[in-house]
Write a protein that binds this ligand. Structure first.
Ligand code: PLP
Length: 409
């Protein structure tokens, strides 16, 4: 009999991967499924990056590399941090992993012991609580209400910190809300963190280059240099350069932490893919124009989608400052019933109704710690986005009865 280790029972499969799989399965049965669940750019990896990979293969760069990443990629990452974030990191303060996700996984596995607490502001990226749980830790989710722009407030951070707190997870721009912290907001959180020197900060900056308008990007180690010696700054090429499948992410922080993470990596993956690392060097050091081109396209899609969503009675969507997700409220619909008499009571019910009644795949906000909302990706063509919104309007029109919160309609 197969024996599954208890640690696996602590976690659930990634809801976004599951939703993608469900959409593919339903499509295979002949249903006209439109999926707005993608957590990845729909653009192509830039040609010069692909060519660098081909050159690396032809030149025989097909063997194991240094566990923590090639010297060339670490130099490119150091250059990126210095040039874009005014952060100086030496080679032994940088690790390359198989995606930012593995870097985050390494960090928590190396530092979180049974019962240690990890503060996760909600809405959160689905993997933070599960990685904390897998490490034996306790995710401490802190609500960041829509009224506060989905951002962690200093007094809520102060309240959440205990003697067992190991990490604060920060993600700006945020998946799923797009919330983007200003320098002043990070400063205010830094003030709290200064009072608690045992708390480390993991900043997940993977959407750094996907900020619209004038918000500007800031990261904790840059804004509060005195906290740099307890901050792990995580980033990667997946979202900025449309390279999700290449699986290259990186982290920079104190050398003792990086050394531990490299040790763990040496006994797990042995290091990231050699060819993808060569491609990542080209991405970080080559022409950067695709970033601005893609960003302009995302900004237009964002405006189109948010306007179309807000035109639907009962759906409310704030304009996200960054990333490529619309995180809309559906709580005004709670209490209404489908044609089959099923009551819509949570975002899970609403998302299920969208799929059943209109063949639209979206993600329930409960996966992100906010059951009043649902997430739609705008990493898709404008036609698809508008069709998605038409389906949402039709799904909403099918509902009848009395909403619980009449005033929200
Ligand atoms: N962090 C956040 C907030 C994400 O949304 C994602 C992917 O969806 C990742 C990290 C993972 O990035 P990578 O592809 O580099 O593992």
């Amino acid at each position: 009999m197969l024996h599954i280790a208890p640690r696996l029972n602590r976690i659930k499969p990634s809801p976004s991967s599951m939703a993608g799989q469900r959409a593919r399965e339903l499509r295979a049965t002949g249903r006209d499924i439109l999926s707005l669940t993608a957590g990845e750019p729909d653009f192509e990896t830039p040609a010069h990056v692909k060519e660098a990979a081909i050159r690396a293969m032809s030149a025989g760069q097909t063997r194991y590399t240094d566990v923590g990443g090639t010297p060339a990629l670490k130099a490119a990452i150091a250059g990126k941090f210095l040039g874009e974030n005014q952060l100086a990191y030496a080679s032994n303060e940088i690790i390359v992993g198989t995606g930012a996700k593995q870097v985050i996984f390494n960090a928590l596995m190396c530092t979180v012991a049974a019962g240690d607490e990890v503060i996760v502001p909600a809405p959160y990226w689905v993997s933070y609580p599960d990685i904390a749980l897998l490490a034996g830790g306790v995710p401490v989710c802190v609500d960041c209400p829509a009224a506060m722009g989905f951002k962690l407030q200093p007094e809520d951070l102060e309240r959440a910190i205990t003697g067992r707190t190991r990490w604060l997870m920060l993600n700006s721009p945020n998946n799923p809300s797009g919330a983007t912290y200003t320098r002043a907001e990070l400063q205010a959180l830094a003030e709290v963190l200064r009072r608690h020197p045992h708390v480390w900060i993991l900043t997940d900056d993977i959407y750094e280059h996907l900020i619209y308008g004038d918000a500007g990007f800031a990261t904790m180690a840059q804004v509060a240099p005195d906290l740099k010696d307890r901050t792990l700054t995580v980033n990667g090429v997946s979202k900025a350069y449309a390279m999700t499948g290449w699986r290259i992410g990186y982290g920079a922080g104190p050398s003792a932490l990086i050394k531990a993470m490299v040790k763990l990596q040496s006994q797990s993956t042995s290091g990231p893919n050699s060819i993808a690392q060569a491609a990542a060097v080209a991405a970080l050091t080559g022409p950067q124009d695709s970033i601005a081109t893609n960003r302009r396209e995302y900004a237009q899609r964002r405006d189109t989608m948010v306007a179309a969503l807000n035109a639907i009675e009962g759906i409310h969507c704030a304009v996200p400052d960054g990333a490529f997700y619309a995180f809309a409220s559906c709580s005004a619909l709670f209490g209404l019933r489908t044609q089959q008499g099923v009551a819509i009571e949570t975002s899970d019910d609403w998302v299920m109704h969208l799929l059943d009644a209109q063949n639209l795949a979206a993600l329930q906000g409960s996966a992100y710690g906010v059951p009043t909302h649902f997430r739609l990706s705008f990493a898709a063509g404008t036609d698809e986005l508008l069709e998605g919104c038409r389906r949402i309007a039709r799904a909403r029109d099918e509902l009848t009865g009395q909403a619980i919160n009449q005033e929200q309609l």
